[in-house]
Ligand binder design. Structure first.
Ligand SMILES: Nc1nc2c(ncn2[C@@H]2O[C@H](COP(=O)(O)OP(=O)(O)O)[C@@H](O)[C@H]2O)c(=O)[nH]1
Ligand SMILES: [Mg+2]
Length: 328
């Protein structure tokens, strides 16, 4: 049953009520029964928004680019939703919007919704909460949703890479350091931005990126490299054009639908994994678990039959024995 309060929030969000949009994003971020109800009520009204993910190291200029893109999109008369996702912070409420002052320029514009999210929340975490939050903005009728994610590795790749177009933001000198996550970023990038192009080293960085692209497995789309000076708005039109060109490519080749289906496939697996992990956590606590630990420790029974008993107690059936050699 959908709770009336959530239904009401969804109705108001679909009417463009920014307060309701903000509230719903908090609800899906927090998890629990309300989040499930909200997700179910929202889903039929989603699937229209085009999502653009921006990722990169802290300070690379993601928020500045988001700010510039908001202006660009609003100049066309379109509405836009923005999610700022920080996997490094336990606090939501604006940490990585950083330059709040700049973002506040948009606070009075009813065509712009900006929310930030942090790691607080349910199992499965941000990788599951982010697509649900995007759905809130989608259902609210935003044709564009920008997702800013701080670069921290795997989580970033999961979140930023879950957009229709993924923009990897680097700065001059990016090629220099050994960065564990470079390969992951090369894989998810549909577009590279070399921001802070007012600083020395832009040509070298563009050259390094081209070299890395030459060495990557060939794809139907070669990520363009766009130099920008976000704070002056330089290169932003070119960036917006490149995003449009990538979108046109995805639509013309049918890759957009395939990508979105692949994303849903991954999401579904993640949900099932998270749910199983919750049940495993519940099965491995309490008196039954402690009793079995003692019995195994006393050599009264073996760990696999103990696990079977725990799984049966949690309403799950185990594999029926230890994995066959070489099967895992
Ligand atoms: N020189 C220069 N500074 C920039 C540029 N873009 C952003 N900045 C500055 O870099 C700092 C970090 O920018 P921000 O957008 O908050 O980066 P984020 O952490 O990636 O979101 C801020 O002080 C910006 O004013 C640029 O193109 N050139
Ligand atoms: Mg930022």
């Amino acid at each position: 049953m959908v709770r009336p309060s959530v239904t009401e929030l969804v109705r108001r969000a679909r009417d463009g009520d920014r307060g309701a949009v903000a509230k719903l994003i908090s609800v899906v971020e927090t998890g629990g029964p309300d989040a499930l109800a909200a997700g179910a009520a929202l889903f039929p009204h989603t699937g229209r928004a085009y999502t653009v993910g921006l990722t990169g190291a802290p300070g690379a200029g993601k928020s500045s680019l988001v700010d510039a893109l908001i202006r660009r999109i609003r100049a066309d008369g379109d509405e836009v939703g923005v999610l700022a996702v920080d996997p490094t912070s336990p606090f939501s409420g604006g940490a990585i919007l950083g330059d709040r002052v700049r973002m506040q320029d948009h606070a009075l514009d009813p065509g712009v919704s900006i929310r930030s999210m942090a790691t607080r929340g349910h199992l499965g975490g941000l990788a599951l909460a982010t697509p649900q939050a995007v759905r809130v903005l989608d259902a609210a009728g935003k044709p564009w949703v920008l997702i800013e994610t701080v670069g921290v590795g795997q989580v970033e790749v999961e979140i930023a890479g879950a957009a229709d177009t993924t923009v990897v933001v680097v700065t001059p000198g990016w090629g220099d350091g050994v960065q564990a996550n470079k390969a992951g970023l090369m894989e998810i990038a549909d577009l590279f931005v070399v921001n802070k192009a007012d600083r020395p080293g832009v040509e070298e960085t563009v050259r390094d990126l081209n070299l890395m692209l030459d060495l990557s497995p060939p794809r139907s789309w070669r990520p363009p490299i766009v130099p920008t000076v976000a704070v002056r708005g330089q290169g932003v039109d070119e960036l917006w054009e490149a995003i449009g060109a990538h979108r046109a490519h995805l639509e013309a080749t049918g890759e957009l639908a395939a990508r979105r289906q692949e994303r849903l496939r991954r999401e579904l697996r993640t949900i099932v994994g998270a749910r199983l992990a919750e049940r495993a956590e519940a099965a491995c606590s309490g008196s039954r678990f402690e009793r079995l630990v003692r019995e195994v420790a006393a050599r009264e029974r073996d760990p696999y039959s103990a696990a079977e008993e725990l799984l049966a107690g949690a309403g799950m059936r185990g594999a029926g024995g230890p994995p066959a050699p070489g099967s895992g």
